[in-house]
Design a protein around this ligand. Structure first.
Ligand code: TXA
Ligand code: MG
Length: 315
């Protein structure tokens, strides 16, 4: 693992840095360098037309990168930054390179709430383009080891900031449309966004070809089947009878005999925090099927339900 000084050197030289945020680990590159951003897409195995979030140390810098700081962006940024929120704003024709935005007239911006991320961003002093530090289509990493396991040789530096506290990606609000819409549910609950804006906000994650919105995204190798609590026993029995290795994931779920316990003790925030860790554990334990019991879809539970749905979509 490397120091922040080393990571800054790497960014300045056009290299790639895995770094912690409160949501998931990011794979960072200098957002003003076409070569660095091209390397980032190659390392991730990500299609070139899928835009990347730009990370800043301070929300007050938003007007340097946005053509117009919309009222929505201003209010949400003031309330939730640093934090698990991304806002899409009209892009300023400036130093952020085209590849970051997939050529769009908009740019997605976020100020992460993690001391190591903020130290990196402050010391670097510029915008850092960073998708989650996983191979395209895989589960996002929530520890430095997960990032290294996915991207290993593609990384020029790795910052270890411990396990991520939020565990699911940021909520993305599109402030370039009126009324604003949520493009991805995530760390900031929809209810809190509605409270701050004083309006009902729709979730519209269709279209745009945004990678986080592909149905089979966020999937482990194991099949994920969502089941109501009362069906877990019968379903597990049927799968076990066919010789499958089975695990059960959920809040306070007692696994039937012969089933691996991937359970979470606590509330929806704890479920969110541990979700990707549990899905990776399922692969490490070579499970064929994960039976997942969805949490209530309120607060951060909405993001858990969303990621479980995507993980369970047929591939
Ligand atoms: O929590 C997070 O947001 C993490 C950490 C590392 O900050 N990052 C993350 O990045 O999840 P990524 O690349 O895995 O997801 C970025 C999402 C994608 O769905 C992408 O399409 C959307 O942001 N996005 C980025 N720029 C956009 C733009 N200009 N317009 C619409 N969607 C955009
Ligand atoms: Mg991602």
């Amino acid at each position: 693992m490397d120091s922040v000084e080393r990571a800054v050197e790497v960014l300045r030289g056009g290299g790639l840095v895995a770094f912690p945020t409160e949501t998931v680990y990011g794979l960072g590159a200098d957002a003003t360098s076409s070569e660095a951003v091209a390397r980032l897409f190659t390392a991730k195995g990500r299609p070139a037309d899928h835009p990347v979030i730009v990370h800043l140390a301070d929300g007050a810098d938003l007007d340097r990168w946005a053509e117009r700081v919309t009222d929505v962006a201003q209010r949400l940024g003031r309330q939730f930054w640093p934090g698990p929120l991304t806002v899409i704003v009209p892009r300023r024709e400036h130093r952020i390179v085209d590849a970051v935005t997939g050529g769009r007239a908009t740019v997605a911006i976020r100020v992460p709430d993690h001391p190591v991320a903020l130290e990196l961003l402050r010391s670097f002093g510029g915008p850092v383009a960073a998708p989650s530090a996983n191979r395209f289509g895989r589960v996002s990493p929530t520890t430095a080891d997960d990032a290294v396991a996915d991207l290993g040789d593609g990384l020029d530096a790795v910052l270890d900031g411990g396990p991520c506290a939020v565990g699911v990606e940021s909520t993305i609000v599109d402030g370039t449309v009126d009324p604003p819409v949520v493009r991805r549910v995530g760390g900031v609950p929809l209810e809190e966004i509605e409270t701050i804006l004083g309006i009902d906000v729709a979730v519209d994650d269709r279209g745009g070809g945004a990678p986080g919105t592909l149905r089979s995204h966020y999937a482990p190798r194991a099949s994920v089947v969502i089941a109501p609590l009362e069906r877990v026993g019968a379903l597990a029995e049927r799968l076990l009878a066919t010789g499958e290795r089975v695990g059960v994931l959920g809040l306070a779920v007692t696994p039937p005999a012969g089933v691996v316990d991937l359970g979470v003790r606590g509330d929806v925030d704890e479920y969110a925090r541990l979700l990707y860790t549990r899905l990776r554990e399922a692969d490490r334990r070579r499970l064929d099927t994960v039976i997942a019991v969805a949490p209530p879809a309120s607060g951060r539970g909405a993001a858990v339900v969303d990621r479980l749905r995507r993980a369970s979509a047929s591939r």
